[in-house]
Design a protein around this ligand. Structure first.
Ligand code: 6GU
Length: 239
């Protein structure tokens, strides 16, 4: 998969592409990341990419010319052009799974007050990462790229994301590693028992417990299996 990031601040992505799983995915040639500086497309004699809004008001608006020319120079027939804005559809794990199937994603990052409305005619979808406002789309685009890249085949093992929070509609169960006891806190016996079915049931139960506590709306909207109903009843009698 190729991900192109269109931005006015390419230097923000250096650490992102040079670290950990993302770096490995690039070295393994599973992922290609292209960072495109939209300012290099400006035809303005003072290199401007933004201007005052018609009608007045605070802030600057990104101009059509450099942004649209950058999109046109980056896209092919296989590209999905995604505009990063707080007005977009909210990123969810299910959206990341869909994006992970694409050949080429272009993440368009705005800054300042936003994009000239006409730029939206060159965009396939608008994406937000949540209901709060950032200074620009760059950090949001890294969130999108990170969550998509880890789902692309070969980047991490399949099992490590099948158990992710949200992948099965629940929050992930708790994890433990050595030592067996730390400052009086012990690893639950079932996890060292070697009994695979008991471990599976324990993890499902703790997933349900955590989800009910932190995100009860995920339980309310869920089609519970008979086992999940039984485990939730146990949890409620324990608490
Ligand atoms: Cl994609 N951009 C900005 N500027 N703020 C955001 C966002 C995006 N998603 C949430 N807040």
């Amino acid at each position: 998969m190729k991900i192109s990031i269109l931005t006015l601040f390419p230097e923000m992505f250096t650490g992102f592409v040079e670290t950990s799983i993302i770096k490995k995915a690039i070295l393994k040639e599973i992922i290609e990341i292209e960072v495109v500086d939209m300012r290099s497309f400006t035809e303005d004699k003072h290199n401007r990419v933004d201007d005052y809004p018609y009608g007045g008001g605070a802030g600057l608006v990104l101009m059509c010319q450099p942004v649209v020319d950058a999109i046109k120079a980056t896209r092919t027939e296989d590209s999905l052009v995604v505009m990063m804005t707080p007005q977009g559809k909210t990123l969810k794990q299910s959206v990341s799974y869909d994006l992970a199937k694409e050949k080429h994603i272009i993440l368009l990052c705005g800054h300042y007050e936003g994009f000239d409305e006409r730029i939206r005619s060159y965009v396939d979808m608008e994406l937000s990462i949540g209901d709060y406002v950032l200074t620009g789309g760059e950090v949001a685009s890294m969130v999108v790229a990170d969550s998509v890249i880890r789902l692309v085949d070969g980047v991490i093992t399949q099992e490590s994301h099948e158990d992710d929070s949200f992948s099965n509609g629940l929050l992930e169960y708790p994890h433990y590693t050595r030592p067996r006891e730390y400052e009086g806190m012990e690893v639950p016996d079932v996890l060292v028992s070697g009994h695979h079915e008991n471990v599976r049931n324990y993890r499902l139960k703790e997933s349900l417990r955590k989800t009910q506590k932190m995100r009860p709306e995920l339980i309310e909207s869920r089609d519970l299996t008979p086992l999940e109903i039984k485990l939730l009843a146990e949890i409620n009698s324990e608490e």
